[in-house]
Design a protein around this ligand. Sequence first.
Ligand SMILES: [Ca+2]
Ligand SMILES: [Ca+2]
Ligand SMILES: [Ca+2]
Length: 343
Amino acid sequence: MKTLLWIVLVITSLVFCTPALAQKGNLEKPFQFDARSLVFPEPYHETVIIDPEKDLWVTPPPPCTPVPGRVCPPTTPASTIDFLSASAKTNGVNTWLDLNFSKDSVVFLAKWVVFFDTDQNPKTGEDAGFSTDERTFDPGIGYDAVIFSDDFGANVCGPDECRFIPAKFGEHTIKLMIPNELLGAYAGGDMNFALMVGDEDGVTDVAPNEGFATVTSTVNAKLSPGDSQLTTSQMIDLSVIVQLDDPFNTAVRKLVTFDGVDVTGDFEKQQVEGTIQAMGYYNPEQNGITRSGKSYRYRIQPGTLQFGRHVLETLVFTGRGLAYSQVEWIVMPGREGPIPTRP
Ligand SMILES: [Ca+2]
Ligand SMILES: [Ca+2]
Ligand SMILES: [Ca+2]
């Protein structure tokens, strides 16, 4: 929430020059935005889970052949809520999630829950581990937000609130557009998730069958060095690293703050721009996926940084989405640095 507040405050004071964002770019007067009012095009949804058919937790009873002296019990229909695949994408403002079921599944009757590890950190949030009669579901995530089925839609519960969102129901699909604000992951970048589906009697299928899947973002931002202990005598190369689906056709604007002070101007005057070829990540459920990107390096000379705790933040805008990152540096006195004074 603190992050969102920060973003809104910052954005309302920004003037955008990115062509895709600032349709009013030719206006002489500065034009102000609230980040939540920005509209980005709906991105291509990547297939992020493919789940086997008929891998149900509910095992149908063995077939019964009536023989003299033996009466078969009346057959109860086995559950047909069988999850098949998910496609998803986020642009930092909204997340699209399409859930696809087998042709025998009656999606209107399906119950389901999606666990989102929005910070990709299993140590934060809740454990999604679950077991129904030893059919263990342990995706190895710490979920920070959860989405569960409701009539005609879903409830999204993040760190701050739960809210109903509508869904689009197809014959065998459920499509959701989730505001990242509700997930507590505004401009948050990639997110991990796993899900379970079922009927009123319980869980019938989980996905992925092992581990978790990842919703990728159209843009990710990272600051380097990350959370660190540094010294005043060190020379530091501060980098803003931007991962993009399409780095050669996407304009990038960024804001950099140091202890809450906008230093973007100084940063951009001296930055060295680099291209990152296929900066990759690996999703265990998929083949290796790589994205390219851009890096912007700014050299901080020895003796420039003051002793103490410092917070760096960056907010990156493209025509296809936005991303935010924050790091904390603890700067200790170095040999040539200033001597700290006691308060
Ligand atoms: Ca399945
Ligand atoms: Ca987490
Ligand atoms: Ca499954």
